[in-house]
Design a protein around this ligand. Structure first.
Ligand SMILES: [Zn+2]
Length: 219
């Protein structure tokens, strides 16, 4: 329930083929709800992205190491535990006080022969900027990764999660209940980052969606 209305989010993957789809929802009382949804095409934007010297630089060895370690990190961040009820009742907020997008969701980044889809939004944030929980939820991950750097994941329940990456400092612990707007860390450039920024991801049942569009639902 959101604002006294039954509400559901369905995440559609970046690589979903554009077209018309039928959405079928079966409610717990057996009622069936159907709707037609159109999945539109996004412009495909490709941009080159180097590998920072600290991660081996833009060499073939650095590239294959990036790809193999990224796969492991993605694996460890998949299938995180989620609450069986929503932990939030109020609208979602942007994770920074001042919002300026430097790199949109959906870019393809060319690193040597590899292409990595950017499944989050990058916001401008100088080193040490306060990063806030977009909404109330339980901290599932507060950990340092080689590529994602210092990372916090908040579970808002029912498969909805937000990710905060490349932090310079983490200020929460796994299992902790974060309040909406609580400072959960400070921005930075740890891991696969060439300059300080906040990488923010919104995931619905394992599918990373466009955070800017998601936050736009609450404006
Ligand atoms: Zn990013």
């Amino acid at each position: 329930m959101y604002q006294n209305k039954p509400t559901a989010f369905i995440g559609i993957d970046l690589n979903k083929k554009p077209g018309d789809y039928e959405l079928v929802v079966e409610l717990s009382d057996g009622q069936i709800f159907k709707a037609d949804i159109n999945v539109g095409a996004r412009p495909r934007i490709e941009a080159p992205l180097g590998i920072p010297e600290k991660l081996g630089g833009n060499t073939p060895a650095g590239q294959s190491k990036l790809i193999s370690t990224l796969a492991l990190e993605n694996q460890s961040l998949a299938n995180l535990r989620t609450g069986t009820k929503a932990f939030w009742t109020e609208k979602f907020l942007p994770p920074l006080k001042k919002i300026f997008i430097t790199d949109e969701y959906g870019y393809s980044r060319q690193t040597g022969e590899y292409s990595i889809a950017h499944k989050g939004t990058d916001y401008r944030a100088s080193e040490g900027t306060a990063v806030m929980a977009a909404n109330r939820g339980v901290v599932r991950v507060a950990k340092t990764y080689r590529n994602y750097g210092k990372t916090v994941v908040i579970d808002h329940g029912l498969g909805l999660m937000t990710f905060y990456m490349h932090l310079s400092k983490i200020k929460v612990n796994p299992g902790e209940l974060a309040r909406r707007g609580q400072i959960i860390g400070l921005s930075g450039q740890t891991g696969y980052a060439e300059s300080p920024h906040l990488h923010f991801t919104v995931r619905i049942n394992g599918t990373s969606i466009d955070p800017a569009k998601f936050l736009g639902l609450f404006e």
